[in-house]
Design a protein around this ligand. Structure first.
Ligand SMILES: C[S@@+](CC[C@H](N)C(=O)[O-])C[C@H]1O[C@@H](n2cnc3c(N)ncnc32)[C@H](O)[C@@H]1O
Length: 476
Protein backbone atom coordinates (compact mmCIF):
# COMPACT_ATOMS: atom_id res chain seq x y z
CA UNK A 1 0.00 0.00 0.00
CA UNK A 2 1.33 3.44 -0.77
CA UNK A 3 0.76 6.49 1.35
CA UNK A 4 -0.43 9.25 -0.97
CA UNK A 5 -0.63 13.01 -0.96
CA UNK A 6 -3.79 13.70 1.10
CA UNK A 7 -4.39 17.19 -0.31
CA UNK A 8 -4.35 15.88 -3.84
CA UNK A 9 -6.61 12.98 -2.98
CA UNK A 10 -9.27 15.15 -1.28
CA UNK A 11 -10.45 12.31 0.95
CA UNK A 12 -14.13 12.24 1.79
CA UNK A 13 -16.94 9.93 2.89
CA UNK A 14 -19.11 8.21 0.32
CA UNK A 15 -22.12 10.32 1.34
CA UNK A 16 -20.28 13.63 0.95
CA UNK A 17 -18.77 12.53 -2.34
CA UNK A 18 -22.19 11.54 -3.71
CA UNK A 19 -23.61 14.96 -2.76
CA UNK A 20 -20.65 16.86 -4.23
CA UNK A 21 -20.63 15.11 -7.61
CA UNK A 22 -24.42 14.74 -7.87
CA UNK A 23 -24.55 10.94 -7.84
CA UNK A 24 -26.36 8.54 -5.51
CA UNK A 25 -24.60 6.71 -2.68
CA UNK A 26 -25.43 3.45 -4.49
CA UNK A 27 -23.69 4.72 -7.61
CA UNK A 28 -20.53 5.41 -5.65
CA UNK A 29 -20.67 2.00 -3.92
CA UNK A 30 -21.00 0.41 -7.34
CA UNK A 31 -17.85 2.20 -8.63
CA UNK A 32 -15.98 0.95 -5.55
CA UNK A 33 -17.22 -2.60 -5.99
CA UNK A 34 -16.17 -2.65 -9.63
CA UNK A 35 -12.71 -1.43 -8.60
CA UNK A 36 -13.11 1.79 -10.56
CA UNK A 37 -12.25 3.95 -7.56
CA UNK A 38 -10.16 2.95 -4.54
CA UNK A 39 -10.93 2.58 -0.87
CA UNK A 40 -8.76 4.58 1.53
CA UNK A 41 -8.37 4.77 5.30
CA UNK A 42 -8.19 8.05 7.19
CA UNK A 43 -4.43 8.26 6.61
CA UNK A 44 -4.77 8.06 2.84
CA UNK A 45 -3.53 4.49 2.49
CA UNK A 46 -5.26 2.34 -0.13
CA UNK A 47 -6.99 -0.54 1.65
CA UNK A 48 -8.98 -3.64 0.76
CA UNK A 49 -11.24 -3.61 3.82
CA UNK A 50 -12.17 -0.56 5.89
CA UNK A 51 -12.77 -0.50 9.61
CA UNK A 52 -16.22 0.66 10.68
CA UNK A 53 -16.76 4.31 9.84
CA UNK A 54 -13.26 4.72 8.44
CA UNK A 55 -13.90 4.27 4.73
CA UNK A 56 -12.86 7.23 2.63
CA UNK A 57 -12.71 7.72 -1.10
CA UNK A 58 -10.75 10.23 -3.13
CA UNK A 59 -12.76 13.05 -4.66
CA UNK A 60 -10.10 13.76 -7.25
CA UNK A 61 -10.02 10.10 -8.30
CA UNK A 62 -13.83 10.03 -8.47
CA UNK A 63 -13.97 13.22 -10.53
CA UNK A 64 -11.35 11.91 -12.95
CA UNK A 65 -13.31 8.68 -13.38
CA UNK A 66 -16.62 10.52 -13.96
CA UNK A 67 -14.98 12.86 -16.43
CA UNK A 68 -13.78 9.95 -18.55
CA UNK A 69 -17.09 8.13 -18.17
CA UNK A 70 -18.92 11.15 -19.59
CA UNK A 71 -16.61 11.05 -22.64
CA UNK A 72 -16.96 7.32 -23.16
CA UNK A 73 -13.27 6.80 -22.27
CA UNK A 74 -14.12 5.03 -19.04
CA UNK A 75 -12.66 1.70 -20.11
CA UNK A 76 -9.22 3.30 -19.99
CA UNK A 77 -9.64 4.37 -16.42
CA UNK A 78 -8.24 2.85 -13.27
CA UNK A 79 -7.48 4.34 -9.86
CA UNK A 80 -4.20 6.17 -9.50
CA UNK A 81 -4.15 7.23 -13.13
CA UNK A 82 -2.76 10.64 -14.06
CA UNK A 83 -5.57 11.92 -16.27
CA UNK A 84 -3.52 14.73 -17.79
CA UNK A 85 -1.10 12.16 -19.23
CA UNK A 86 -3.89 10.38 -21.10
CA UNK A 87 -3.97 13.20 -23.69
CA UNK A 88 -7.55 12.21 -24.44
CA UNK A 89 -8.33 15.29 -26.50
CA UNK A 90 -5.41 15.09 -28.88
CA UNK A 91 -6.32 14.44 -32.49
CA UNK A 92 -4.38 12.02 -34.68
CA UNK A 93 -3.00 15.04 -36.54
CA UNK A 94 -1.52 16.49 -33.35
CA UNK A 95 -0.13 13.14 -32.23
CA UNK A 96 1.70 12.78 -35.55
CA UNK A 97 2.57 16.44 -35.98
CA UNK A 98 5.16 17.68 -38.48
CA UNK A 99 8.12 15.32 -38.92
CA UNK A 100 6.70 12.65 -36.62
CA UNK A 101 4.72 11.28 -39.57
CA UNK A 102 7.50 11.27 -42.15
CA UNK A 103 7.36 7.53 -41.67
CA UNK A 104 5.04 5.42 -39.48
CA UNK A 105 6.63 3.55 -36.62
CA UNK A 106 4.94 0.98 -34.43
CA UNK A 107 5.74 1.58 -30.76
CA UNK A 108 6.61 5.26 -30.75
CA UNK A 109 5.50 7.48 -27.93
CA UNK A 110 3.43 10.55 -28.58
CA UNK A 111 5.40 13.80 -28.78
CA UNK A 112 3.16 15.47 -26.19
CA UNK A 113 4.17 12.92 -23.55
CA UNK A 114 7.86 13.69 -24.02
CA UNK A 115 7.12 17.40 -24.05
CA UNK A 116 5.17 17.16 -20.77
CA UNK A 117 8.15 15.74 -18.89
CA UNK A 118 10.94 17.67 -20.58
CA UNK A 119 9.23 21.00 -19.87
CA UNK A 120 8.82 20.16 -16.21
CA UNK A 121 12.15 18.56 -15.40
CA UNK A 122 14.78 20.00 -17.74
CA UNK A 123 15.93 23.51 -18.46
CA UNK A 124 16.79 24.95 -21.85
CA UNK A 125 20.31 23.95 -22.94
CA UNK A 126 20.22 20.70 -20.94
CA UNK A 127 21.58 17.55 -22.56
CA UNK A 128 19.33 14.48 -22.75
CA UNK A 129 20.04 10.96 -23.99
CA UNK A 130 17.53 8.49 -25.40
CA UNK A 131 19.27 5.07 -25.54
CA UNK A 132 16.22 3.50 -27.25
CA UNK A 133 15.69 6.30 -29.74
CA UNK A 134 13.36 4.50 -32.18
CA UNK A 135 12.03 7.12 -34.59
CA UNK A 136 13.63 9.98 -32.65
CA UNK A 137 10.65 11.49 -30.81
CA UNK A 138 12.83 12.56 -27.85
CA UNK A 139 15.30 14.27 -30.17
CA UNK A 140 12.70 16.29 -32.02
CA UNK A 141 10.71 17.33 -28.95
CA UNK A 142 13.87 18.10 -26.99
CA UNK A 143 15.06 20.28 -29.83
CA UNK A 144 11.78 22.19 -29.98
CA UNK A 145 12.37 23.04 -26.31
CA UNK A 146 15.97 24.16 -26.85
CA UNK A 147 17.46 20.99 -25.33
CA UNK A 148 20.52 19.18 -26.75
CA UNK A 149 19.80 15.54 -27.50
CA UNK A 150 21.56 12.30 -28.37
CA UNK A 151 19.76 9.16 -29.47
CA UNK A 152 21.01 5.60 -29.91
CA UNK A 153 19.26 2.78 -31.74
CA UNK A 154 20.39 -0.60 -32.89
CA UNK A 155 18.30 -0.59 -36.06
CA UNK A 156 19.74 1.08 -39.16
CA UNK A 157 16.35 2.03 -40.53
CA UNK A 158 15.24 3.64 -37.24
CA UNK A 159 18.43 5.70 -37.29
CA UNK A 160 17.68 6.72 -40.86
CA UNK A 161 14.18 7.89 -39.89
CA UNK A 162 15.62 9.84 -36.96
CA UNK A 163 18.33 11.48 -39.07
CA UNK A 164 15.81 12.44 -41.73
CA UNK A 165 13.51 13.94 -39.09
CA UNK A 166 16.27 15.90 -37.41
CA UNK A 167 18.24 17.16 -40.45
CA UNK A 168 18.24 20.86 -41.27
CA UNK A 169 17.27 21.15 -44.94
CA UNK A 170 17.76 23.58 -47.76
CA UNK A 171 13.99 23.79 -48.30
CA UNK A 172 13.93 25.11 -51.90
CA UNK A 173 16.39 22.38 -52.95
CA UNK A 174 14.42 19.63 -51.18
CA UNK A 175 11.20 20.84 -52.76
CA UNK A 176 12.75 20.78 -56.22
CA UNK A 177 14.22 17.32 -55.75
CA UNK A 178 11.13 15.71 -54.23
CA UNK A 179 8.86 17.07 -56.96
CA UNK A 180 11.26 16.25 -59.77
CA UNK A 181 11.77 12.61 -58.83
CA UNK A 182 8.01 12.26 -58.33
CA UNK A 183 7.47 13.66 -61.82
CA UNK A 184 9.99 11.27 -63.39
CA UNK A 185 8.49 8.21 -61.74
CA UNK A 186 5.04 9.42 -62.68
CA UNK A 187 6.04 9.55 -66.35
CA UNK A 188 7.60 6.09 -66.04
CA UNK A 189 4.36 4.82 -64.54
CA UNK A 190 2.32 6.25 -67.41
CA UNK A 191 4.48 4.40 -69.94
CA UNK A 192 4.20 1.29 -67.82
CA UNK A 193 0.43 1.53 -67.96
CA UNK A 194 0.40 2.61 -71.63
CA UNK A 195 -1.44 5.75 -70.61
CA UNK A 196 -2.86 7.93 -73.33
CA UNK A 197 -1.46 10.94 -71.46
CA UNK A 198 2.03 10.32 -72.84
CA UNK A 199 3.24 10.06 -76.37
CA UNK A 200 4.06 6.37 -76.49
CA UNK A 201 6.10 6.74 -79.66
CA UNK A 202 8.65 8.81 -77.69
CA UNK A 203 9.43 5.75 -75.67
CA UNK A 204 9.04 2.58 -77.76
CA UNK A 205 7.80 -0.59 -76.12
CA UNK A 206 11.10 -2.44 -76.61
CA UNK A 207 12.91 0.25 -74.58
CA UNK A 208 10.31 -0.12 -71.87
CA UNK A 209 10.79 -3.90 -71.82
CA UNK A 210 14.53 -3.44 -71.54
CA UNK A 211 14.14 -0.99 -68.67
CA UNK A 212 11.72 -3.28 -66.84
CA UNK A 213 13.99 -6.29 -67.11
CA UNK A 214 17.05 -4.33 -65.96
CA UNK A 215 15.11 -3.06 -62.94
CA UNK A 216 13.94 -6.54 -62.04
CA UNK A 217 17.48 -7.87 -62.42
CA UNK A 218 18.54 -5.49 -59.63
CA UNK A 219 15.92 -6.95 -57.34
CA UNK A 220 16.92 -10.24 -55.78
CA UNK A 221 14.41 -10.11 -52.95
CA UNK A 222 11.73 -12.81 -52.79
CA UNK A 223 9.93 -10.69 -50.22
CA UNK A 224 9.53 -7.76 -52.63
CA UNK A 225 8.34 -10.04 -55.43
CA UNK A 226 5.69 -11.57 -53.16
CA UNK A 227 4.38 -8.52 -51.32
CA UNK A 228 3.93 -6.11 -54.23
CA UNK A 229 1.94 -6.08 -57.45
CA UNK A 230 4.22 -6.17 -60.54
CA UNK A 231 3.74 -2.49 -61.43
CA UNK A 232 4.15 -1.34 -57.83
CA UNK A 233 7.47 -3.20 -57.72
CA UNK A 234 8.70 -1.61 -60.94
CA UNK A 235 7.73 1.90 -59.82
CA UNK A 236 9.55 1.58 -56.50
CA UNK A 237 12.63 0.09 -58.16
CA UNK A 238 12.69 2.95 -60.66
CA UNK A 239 12.38 5.56 -57.88
CA UNK A 240 15.19 3.85 -55.98
CA UNK A 241 17.39 3.89 -59.07
CA UNK A 242 16.95 7.66 -59.42
CA UNK A 243 17.81 8.52 -55.80
CA UNK A 244 21.61 8.70 -56.30
CA UNK A 245 21.03 11.58 -58.76
CA UNK A 246 19.90 13.84 -55.90
CA UNK A 247 21.47 15.44 -52.84
CA UNK A 248 18.76 14.66 -50.27
CA UNK A 249 19.11 10.93 -50.67
CA UNK A 250 18.16 9.89 -47.14
CA UNK A 251 14.99 11.94 -47.22
CA UNK A 252 14.06 10.36 -50.58
CA UNK A 253 14.75 6.90 -49.14
CA UNK A 254 12.38 7.53 -46.26
CA UNK A 255 9.73 9.03 -48.53
CA UNK A 256 9.94 6.01 -50.82
CA UNK A 257 9.86 3.59 -47.87
CA UNK A 258 6.69 5.22 -46.61
CA UNK A 259 5.06 4.87 -50.04
CA UNK A 260 6.30 1.28 -50.32
CA UNK A 261 4.88 0.41 -46.90
CA UNK A 262 1.45 1.58 -48.02
CA UNK A 263 1.72 -0.20 -51.37
CA UNK A 264 2.05 -3.74 -50.02
CA UNK A 265 -0.55 -6.30 -51.06
CA UNK A 266 -2.24 -6.19 -47.68
CA UNK A 267 -5.62 -5.35 -46.21
CA UNK A 268 -6.12 -1.63 -45.54
CA UNK A 269 -6.86 -2.37 -41.89
CA UNK A 270 -3.63 -4.23 -41.31
CA UNK A 271 -0.83 -1.88 -42.30
CA UNK A 272 1.07 -2.27 -39.03
CA UNK A 273 1.05 -6.04 -38.62
CA UNK A 274 0.28 -7.72 -41.96
CA UNK A 275 0.31 -11.52 -41.97
CA UNK A 276 0.46 -12.71 -45.59
CA UNK A 277 0.26 -10.94 -48.95
CA UNK A 278 -3.14 -10.93 -50.69
CA UNK A 279 -3.53 -11.99 -54.32
CA UNK A 280 -3.43 -9.12 -56.82
CA UNK A 281 -6.87 -7.82 -57.84
CA UNK A 282 -8.91 -10.08 -55.55
CA UNK A 283 -11.61 -8.52 -53.36
CA UNK A 284 -11.51 -8.87 -49.58
CA UNK A 285 -13.81 -7.61 -46.84
CA UNK A 286 -12.21 -4.46 -45.40
CA UNK A 287 -12.88 -3.86 -41.70
CA UNK A 288 -11.52 -0.33 -41.98
CA UNK A 289 -13.77 0.85 -44.81
CA UNK A 290 -16.68 -1.51 -44.15
CA UNK A 291 -16.89 -2.63 -47.74
CA UNK A 292 -15.15 -4.85 -50.26
CA UNK A 293 -11.74 -3.50 -51.24
CA UNK A 294 -8.95 -4.74 -53.48
CA UNK A 295 -5.29 -4.48 -52.52
CA UNK A 296 -3.35 -1.60 -54.03
CA UNK A 297 -1.57 -2.51 -57.27
CA UNK A 298 0.75 0.47 -57.73
CA UNK A 299 3.17 2.62 -55.77
CA UNK A 300 2.91 5.90 -57.65
CA UNK A 301 -0.35 6.95 -55.99
CA UNK A 302 1.35 6.81 -52.57
CA UNK A 303 4.43 8.58 -53.95
CA UNK A 304 2.10 11.38 -55.10
CA UNK A 305 0.37 11.45 -51.74
CA UNK A 306 3.54 11.59 -49.65
CA UNK A 307 5.70 13.90 -51.77
CA UNK A 308 3.89 17.13 -50.94
CA UNK A 309 3.17 15.87 -47.43
CA UNK A 310 6.90 15.35 -46.82
CA UNK A 311 7.75 18.87 -47.96
CA UNK A 312 4.99 20.31 -45.78
CA UNK A 313 6.16 18.41 -42.71
CA UNK A 314 9.85 19.31 -42.91
CA UNK A 315 8.88 22.94 -43.61
CA UNK A 316 6.72 22.97 -40.48
CA UNK A 317 9.50 21.62 -38.27
CA UNK A 318 12.02 23.97 -39.84
CA UNK A 319 10.02 26.86 -38.38
CA UNK A 320 10.17 25.33 -34.89
CA UNK A 321 13.66 23.90 -34.66
CA UNK A 322 16.35 25.40 -32.44
CA UNK A 323 20.11 25.58 -32.98
CA UNK A 324 20.82 22.65 -30.66
CA UNK A 325 22.67 19.44 -31.30
CA UNK A 326 20.67 16.33 -32.26
CA UNK A 327 23.05 13.38 -32.61
CA UNK A 328 21.85 10.05 -33.99
CA UNK A 329 24.06 7.08 -33.17
CA UNK A 330 23.57 3.61 -34.54
CA UNK A 331 24.69 0.95 -32.08
CA UNK A 332 23.94 -1.31 -29.16
CA UNK A 333 23.27 0.82 -26.08
CA UNK A 334 24.68 -1.91 -23.85
CA UNK A 335 28.16 -1.42 -25.20
CA UNK A 336 28.43 1.89 -27.02
CA UNK A 337 31.05 4.30 -25.69
CA UNK A 338 29.65 7.83 -25.63
CA UNK A 339 32.98 9.53 -24.86
CA UNK A 340 33.66 10.53 -28.45
CA UNK A 341 30.11 11.79 -29.13
CA UNK A 342 30.08 13.89 -25.97
CA UNK A 343 33.42 15.42 -26.91
CA UNK A 344 32.05 16.91 -30.13
CA UNK A 345 31.18 20.62 -30.22
CA UNK A 346 29.05 22.19 -28.86
CA UNK A 347 29.01 19.56 -26.09
CA UNK A 348 32.79 19.61 -25.58
CA UNK A 349 32.91 16.88 -22.96
CA UNK A 350 29.89 17.77 -20.86
CA UNK A 351 27.85 15.14 -19.00
CA UNK A 352 24.22 14.19 -19.56
CA UNK A 353 21.59 16.02 -17.51
CA UNK A 354 19.11 13.23 -17.97
CA UNK A 355 17.87 10.19 -19.81
CA UNK A 356 14.41 10.02 -21.30
CA UNK A 357 13.50 6.78 -22.99
CA UNK A 358 10.98 4.12 -23.82
CA UNK A 359 12.64 0.70 -24.06
CA UNK A 360 10.96 -2.16 -25.92
CA UNK A 361 8.29 -3.97 -23.89
CA UNK A 362 8.98 -7.65 -23.22
CA UNK A 363 8.10 -9.78 -26.26
CA UNK A 364 5.87 -7.17 -27.90
CA UNK A 365 7.43 -5.96 -31.15
CA UNK A 366 10.19 -7.01 -33.54
CA UNK A 367 11.62 -3.63 -34.43
CA UNK A 368 13.48 -4.72 -37.55
CA UNK A 369 10.62 -6.85 -38.86
CA UNK A 370 8.13 -4.01 -38.87
CA UNK A 371 10.23 -2.33 -41.58
CA UNK A 372 11.20 -5.45 -43.55
CA UNK A 373 10.14 -3.80 -46.85
CA UNK A 374 12.77 -1.06 -46.35
CA UNK A 375 15.52 -3.50 -45.38
CA UNK A 376 14.72 -5.59 -48.47
CA UNK A 377 14.52 -2.63 -50.85
CA UNK A 378 17.67 -0.83 -49.73
CA UNK A 379 19.67 -3.81 -48.50
CA UNK A 380 20.29 -2.27 -45.07
CA UNK A 381 22.14 -4.47 -42.59
CA UNK A 382 19.90 -6.08 -39.98
CA UNK A 383 20.94 -6.42 -36.35
CA UNK A 384 17.89 -8.33 -35.07
CA UNK A 385 19.97 -10.40 -32.66
CA UNK A 386 20.97 -7.26 -30.74
CA UNK A 387 17.37 -6.18 -30.04
CA UNK A 388 16.45 -6.32 -26.35
CA UNK A 389 13.10 -8.02 -25.61
CA UNK A 390 12.00 -8.83 -29.18
CA UNK A 391 8.66 -10.49 -29.90
CA UNK A 392 10.50 -13.48 -31.37
CA UNK A 393 11.91 -14.33 -27.93
CA UNK A 394 8.47 -14.31 -26.29
CA UNK A 395 7.43 -13.36 -22.78
CA UNK A 396 8.56 -16.39 -20.78
CA UNK A 397 10.35 -16.13 -17.43
CA UNK A 398 13.72 -16.52 -19.12
CA UNK A 399 12.78 -13.91 -21.74
CA UNK A 400 11.88 -11.52 -18.92
CA UNK A 401 15.16 -12.21 -17.20
CA UNK A 402 17.26 -11.63 -20.28
CA UNK A 403 15.21 -8.46 -20.93
CA UNK A 404 16.01 -7.17 -17.43
CA UNK A 405 19.69 -7.96 -17.85
CA UNK A 406 19.72 -6.09 -21.17
CA UNK A 407 18.05 -2.97 -19.74
CA UNK A 408 20.37 -3.00 -16.72
CA UNK A 409 23.39 -3.19 -19.04
CA UNK A 410 22.09 -0.23 -21.05
CA UNK A 411 21.47 1.85 -17.94
CA UNK A 412 24.84 1.05 -16.39
CA UNK A 413 26.65 1.75 -19.64
CA UNK A 414 24.95 5.09 -20.34
CA UNK A 415 24.70 6.32 -16.75
CA UNK A 416 28.50 6.50 -16.62
CA UNK A 417 27.96 9.74 -18.54
CA UNK A 418 25.09 11.03 -16.40
CA UNK A 419 25.61 13.83 -13.88
CA UNK A 420 25.40 12.90 -10.21
CA UNK A 421 21.71 12.94 -9.17
CA UNK A 422 20.75 13.09 -12.86
CA UNK A 423 17.18 12.08 -13.67
CA UNK A 424 16.20 9.02 -15.67
CA UNK A 425 12.68 8.73 -17.10
CA UNK A 426 11.56 5.36 -18.38
CA UNK A 427 8.24 4.85 -20.12
CA UNK A 428 7.30 1.20 -19.62
CA UNK A 429 4.37 -1.15 -19.58
CA UNK A 430 5.77 -2.98 -16.57
CA UNK A 431 3.23 -5.77 -16.25
CA UNK A 432 5.88 -8.18 -14.98
CA UNK A 433 7.05 -5.71 -12.33
CA UNK A 434 10.65 -5.84 -13.54
CA UNK A 435 11.59 -2.19 -13.07
CA UNK A 436 12.06 -2.04 -9.28
CA UNK A 437 14.79 -4.71 -9.67
CA UNK A 438 16.19 -3.07 -12.81
CA UNK A 439 16.41 0.27 -10.97
CA UNK A 440 18.15 -1.18 -7.96
CA UNK A 441 20.69 -3.13 -10.02
CA UNK A 442 21.45 -0.09 -12.15
CA UNK A 443 22.08 2.27 -9.24
CA UNK A 444 18.81 4.18 -9.48
CA UNK A 445 16.16 5.16 -6.94
CA UNK A 446 12.56 5.30 -8.13
CA UNK A 447 11.34 8.75 -7.05
CA UNK A 448 7.88 8.67 -8.61
CA UNK A 449 5.63 6.58 -10.82
CA UNK A 450 3.23 8.32 -13.21
CA UNK A 451 0.44 6.10 -14.46
CA UNK A 452 -1.11 6.87 -17.82
CA UNK A 453 -3.77 5.27 -19.96
CA UNK A 454 -2.68 4.49 -23.49
CA UNK A 455 -5.55 5.27 -25.82
CA UNK A 456 -6.05 5.81 -29.51
CA UNK A 457 -2.81 4.18 -30.54
CA UNK A 458 -2.23 4.57 -34.23
CA UNK A 459 -2.82 1.21 -35.96
CA UNK A 460 -2.61 -0.76 -32.72
CA UNK A 461 -6.25 -1.31 -31.85
CA UNK A 462 -8.05 0.32 -28.99
CA UNK A 463 -7.87 -2.19 -26.15
CA UNK A 464 -6.98 -0.30 -22.99
CA UNK A 465 -3.64 -0.70 -21.30
CA UNK A 466 -1.56 1.42 -19.04
CA UNK A 467 1.98 2.63 -18.98
CA UNK A 468 4.11 3.75 -16.09
CA UNK A 469 6.55 6.56 -16.45
CA UNK A 470 9.22 5.88 -13.84
CA UNK A 471 11.06 8.92 -12.64
CA UNK A 472 14.37 7.71 -11.20
CA UNK A 473 17.44 9.39 -9.82
CA UNK A 474 21.04 8.26 -10.04
CA UNK A 475 22.28 7.18 -6.64
CA UNK A 476 25.26 9.36 -5.75
C1 LIG B 1 9.84 1.39 -27.84
S1 LIG B 1 10.97 1.67 -29.12
C2 LIG B 1 11.38 3.36 -28.90
C3 LIG B 1 10.40 4.26 -29.61
C4 LIG B 1 10.74 5.72 -29.47
N1 LIG B 1 10.47 6.18 -28.13
C5 LIG B 1 9.94 6.53 -30.47
O1 LIG B 1 9.14 7.39 -30.06
O2 LIG B 1 10.07 6.31 -31.66
C6 LIG B 1 12.40 0.81 -28.61
C7 LIG B 1 13.61 0.92 -29.54
O3 LIG B 1 14.71 0.28 -28.91
C8 LIG B 1 15.58 -0.22 -29.92
N2 LIG B 1 16.49 -1.20 -29.32
C9 LIG B 1 16.25 -2.48 -28.96
N3 LIG B 1 17.36 -3.04 -28.46
C10 LIG B 1 18.34 -2.09 -28.50
C11 LIG B 1 19.71 -2.07 -28.12
N4 LIG B 1 20.32 -3.14 -27.64
N5 LIG B 1 20.40 -0.92 -28.29
C12 LIG B 1 19.80 0.19 -28.83
N6 LIG B 1 18.52 0.20 -29.22
C13 LIG B 1 17.79 -0.91 -29.06
C14 LIG B 1 14.61 -0.78 -30.95
O4 LIG B 1 15.22 -0.87 -32.23
C15 LIG B 1 13.45 0.24 -30.89
O5 LIG B 1 13.61 1.19 -31.91
Amino acid sequence: MTLLDLDNLELTTIEDAARIVGKSVDNIRDYIQRGRISKYNLEGTRIAVAKNGELRISLSELRAFLQLMSRGDEKHYSPGLNIELGFYDLSETERTKHVHRLHPYLGKFIPQLVEWFLIRYFAEDSLILDPFMGSGTTLIQGNELGIHTIGIDVSEFNCLISRVKSTKYDLPLVTREVLEIEQRVSTFSKYLNKSTQVNLSLFPEERMDELKSSLLKECNSDYLRQWFAPNALLEMLYYKRLIPLYQNQELLQVLLSRAVRSSRLIPHYDLATPKVPLPVGVKYWCKKHNRNCIPIDNCISKIHQYSKDTIRRITQFDGLRKEKTMQVIQGDSRTIDLTYYLSLPPLNGRLLDGIFTSPPYVGQIDYHDQHTYAYELFGFTREDSLEIGPKKKGKSRSAQQSYSEGIIEVLKNTMKFLKPAGLVFIVANDKYDLYPHIAEESGLIIKERFQRAVTKRTEQGDSPYQETIFMMEKVT
